[in-house]
Write a protein that binds this ligand. Structure first.
Ligand code: ADP
Ligand code: MG
Length: 233
């Protein structure tokens, strides 16, 4: 789907939360690396897509009423074969029905299971005064508990991106701590600048979250993406 089609569909459904698939499509079109992700609307289709993508795969709920997918049992990792994919489909739907009996269910994504990297988060929120502001930090507990993040106002230069990466307390982890692989910092700088350009060119986006991005020795890949649109006037 094109951007126009995605926005039209969301508008028609009075939905400000784009699905993970829609979010990733917009990002991919802006050449921001995202893991390959397809939508399945039946168990059979999920199994077929999984076989086509090649194992292992990850499956996740797609619902406009579920923002935090794993909290509701809506994410299954490390699926190794077609029968596991079939079972994961049923389990995800059962979990969501239990947690959110009224949730509208669009389907389930099937995506390639990305190899583990250092989890980072790149986000955007809009400040009443400054407009779009980009956030960067390490993923997981470091962002949730320690709030170890840095911020910059859009538009951003590569230098801004470099500084914001260097500012976080977890920076030594990105440099490769105790023999762990380092992150590709120049790639992350480019990625942050691309995200800042993306939000600058798409003012209809109110909030953006790439959480997590897996940072590798070479490159990086967003495995989850969430875009919230400005509500239509
Ligand atoms: P949530 O809506 O709960 O944020 P995520 O899509 O971020 O759901 O998935 C939860 C976790 O599962 C991620 O933080 C990441 O560690 C892992 N994960 C998600 N998608 C993939 C993937 N395609 N490959 C590998 N790991 C993944
Ligand atoms: Mg996530």
């Amino acid at each position: 789907m094109t951007k126009a089609e995605i926005l039209a569909k969301a508008g028609k459904e009075k939905r400000s939360l784009l699905t993970e698939i829609e979010s990733k499509e917009l990002l991919k079109a802006a050449r921001i690396p995202v893991v390959e992700t397809r939508l399945a609307t039946s168990k059979k289709e999920a199994m077929e897509i999984a076989v086509k993508l090649g194992f292992p795969v990850v499956m996740k709920i797609v619902s406009p009423d579920v923002v935090h997918k794993s909290d509701a049992g809506g994410v299954k990792l490390s699926i190794q074969n077609a029968s596991q994919a079939g079972r994961a489909y049923s389990e995800i739907l059962a979990n969501i029905k239990k947690h959110y009996p009224k949730a509208k269910i669009t389907g389930v994504t099937v995506q390639k299971m990305a190899k583990q990297g250092i989890e980072v988060i790149i986000g955007m929120t809009k400040d009443a005064q400054f407009g779009p502001v980009i956030m960067f930090g390490l993923g997981g507990i470091l962002v949730e508990v320690l709030k170890d993040v840095s911020f910059r106002i859009v538009p951003m230069t590569k230098r801004d991106a470099s500084e914001m990466i260097g500012e976080i307390k977890g920076y030594p982890i990105l440099k490769g701590y105790r023999g762990q692989d380092p992150a590709d910092i120049p790639f992350l700088e480019d990625l942050i600048v691309k995200v800042s350009q993306f939000v600058d060119k798409n003012p209809e986006i109110k909030e953006l979250d790439l959480n997590p991005v897996f940072a590798y020795k070479d490159g990086a890949l967003a495995v989850d993406a969430r875009i919230i649109l400005e509500s239509a006037a």
